[in-house]
Design a protein around this ligand. Sequence first.
Ligand code: G3P
Ligand code: MG
Length: 248
Amino acid sequence: STDTPPWPLPFWIAHRGAGRLAPENTLAAFRAGAAFGYRAFECDLKLSRDGVPFLLHDDDLDRTSSGRGPAGAQDWSQLSRLDAGRWHSRQHAGEPLASLEAMAAFLIANQLAINIELKPNPGQAWETGEVLGREVTRLWAGQTLRPVFSSFDPEALAGVRHSAPDERRALLLNLPRDSWLDEAKALGCCAVITNYLLMDAARLDAIHAAGMRALVYTVNDEPTAQRLRALGLDGLITDAVDRFSPAA
Ligand code: G3P
Ligand code: MG
């Protein structure tokens, strides 16, 4: 049959694995978020020089690893030897960068959901989406709980659509622009994820009227979370995994 698998994301989604409690975008962060009861995560993905998808937020390695310079200028064989935990805390020294493959194994073994944000190296938006779509299709073969792709860059989502037309896509929005809803529709998106400062009743209704889900990042305070939830928000990405119970 061709039944569409259910929408995979619950309301509460842990940002970069576990926000700031563990080194972002590492398996240690996913383990920490899961220990607080989180069943869904957001993470940032890009490609090594030799085309291996791995988790990193910044263009450069400097802030969150022992490496230096542009992340896309090194092969995975080099990147996989870096320390991506010591910058955060002594406790996490030796934690490696996570490949997409290692993250997939952990998520599938524990039946956890993922929002994969494409954070392409400069000039690699379409290629990053195309490779990620292919790799996710391979790694999640036969799985019902499937990743949701997101990006601020429409080109990256177009790349995903090319290699994995059936996977779910969401447009990220940081600054409003006139064409945002038309762009999301044209890309066949099933959700729009905005900066929480941009989300209000009118925007939420417009997203729902277009048949899409409405989510926000990154909310860390209770009043904002409650206000947006009361409006009918479908999902919220947070750093505060120790403050917001995902059972609520
Ligand atoms: O995916 C939403 C959010 O993660 C976007 O901002 O900079 O934390 O990746 P950033
Ligand atoms: Mg992100």
